[in-house]
Design a protein around this ligand. Sequence first.
Ligand SMILES: [Mn+2]
Length: 359
Amino acid sequence: MSDIYKKRLEKLHGKMKLMDIDAVLITKRENYMYMSGFTGTSACLFITGQRAVLLTDFRYVEQAAVQAPEYEILKYSGSNFNALNHLIECEKVEKLSFEDRHLTFAEHAEFVSRLKVSVFSPLGGAVEELRRIKDASEIELIKKAVNIADNVFTHILKFIKPGVSEIELAAEMEHFMKRQGATGPSFETIVASGKRSSMPHGIASEKKIESGDVITMDYGALYKGYCSDITRTVFLGKPDNELERIYRIVLDTQLKGVAAVKQGITGKEVDTAARNVIANAGFGDNFGHGLGHGVGLEIHEEPMLSMRGVIELKDGMVVTVEPGIYVTGLGGVRIEDMVVVNGETARVLTSAPKELIVI
Ligand SMILES: [Mn+2]
């Protein structure tokens, strides 16, 4: 395991050299998890070419020593500024790089007033860039998170009945995730039924499922820090003719979107390939969100598959493909899988069925 973190440190050192940075302070949780293996909720990493230090408080010292053997563990009490200034002095750091995209305005002001360095330089998304391409160990964890989500789908079909509320369904889904080893849902579970399904992000409400409803479920599991994200749309009772037609268009779009994913193509190009299918079917205005997004330690991360997706896809990137059509007053359909970029094709991780299901 520790080899993984050695490699990640080496890669960060490479970036630090290119950016001419003496030391980096990592404060964003997903980034310190990625760089060290430590999963607690309070820590920061101080990294130079020679030293890798994890600073944390009394609550986490024992856990940090076990999870982050590549790091020197430094316990602080109160605030971490004294400990950081001590390191800055020892290592003669003049230029400290910080996570400008993550820090609040107030935290930045405190850094500048309390840390004894002459230059603060923004790190930008250097660690996020490393995180874009998943290594084999990450793919395994993501696959497990996806498997849990697949099993939730099979499980929840038995509970979809007239009179059960969306929240009750969401509770059953989240309970079942945990019973399979997930630490929880990777985001707030979406269950949107009937006309509510025209809201792409309709969080589960007290609305009861009725016969004839279309039901969209968008959810995911969090497994050892990694997220899954899946959407399935099913029908209770005979589907409305127009929604059934929409379902077939969305499924066709989703399959074509997955087929467009390959190494070297930009997120925008994949998005366009899928968007054209929906536009040609006459529903261009009813697909108002991006086709997909990267998934990993965060539920939404780069690369984006959208009009703004300038990043080129590379082997090992994990993205969602999730077209949808939403018609106010009627309902909506979305189908979402997670895939790994794998040369000329995409390896689909999700295995829950996508053909039209009528319960
Ligand atoms: Mn998604």
